[in-house]
Design a protein around this ligand. Structure first.
Ligand code: CUA
Length: 158
């Protein structure tokens, strides 16, 4: 088969563009370490029950006004699915999944994380105003997806 000279040039340009793209993606992910927001480590999803802090999910006070929420997502819910903190608290969420990919979005905040099995996701937010903040799963995860939700109750300062 005879390939025209101009055709060969275009084939070369096309292949170069693909190689350049792959090189740029590799550089971004391995060289510059770009990744999903909030990634804070890894954990074996099959051993969460034996791995601190995920062996004891819950709400922990770190210091005055600072809390850590250790959370495990699963099909189809969150443990804990209700978090209570006083207004003005700085809350750090440490979350992983024990089964499949989920997500968490907390309304009226900038918390919006992917939750992957094997990965620890972390993000912090300060809850200034008392009230209820709904959180829900934003990654389709099966028939119970639309019911996968919980709430943060921010209580007025005593
Ligand atoms: Cu979990 Cu959708």
């Amino acid at each position: 088969m005879e390939i025209h000279r101009y055709e060969k040039i275009w084939i070369a340009i096309t292949i170069s563009a693909v190689i350049l793209m792959l090189a740029a993606i590799s550089l971004a992910s391995f060289g510059l370490g770009l990744q999903l927001p909030g990634v804070a480590g890894s954990v074996d999803p099959a051993k969460l029950a034996q791995t601190p802090p995920f062996d004891k999910p819950g709400v922990y006070q770190i210091t005055e006004g600072k809390y850590q929420v250790v959370m495990v997502a699963f099909a189809w819910g969150y443990n804990p699915n209700e978090v209570r903190v006083p207004a003005g608290s700085r809350v750090t969420f440490k979350i992983t999944s024990r089964d499949i990919t989920h997500g968490i979005f907390i309304e009226k905040t900038n918390i919006n994380l992917m939750i992957l099995p094997g990965q620890i996701s972390e993000a912090s937010v300060t809850f200034k105003d008392p009230g209820e903040y709904l959180f829900l799963c934003h990654e389709y995860c099966g028939v119970g997806h639309q019911a996968m939700a919980g709430k943060i109750i921010v209580e007025p300062k005593p």
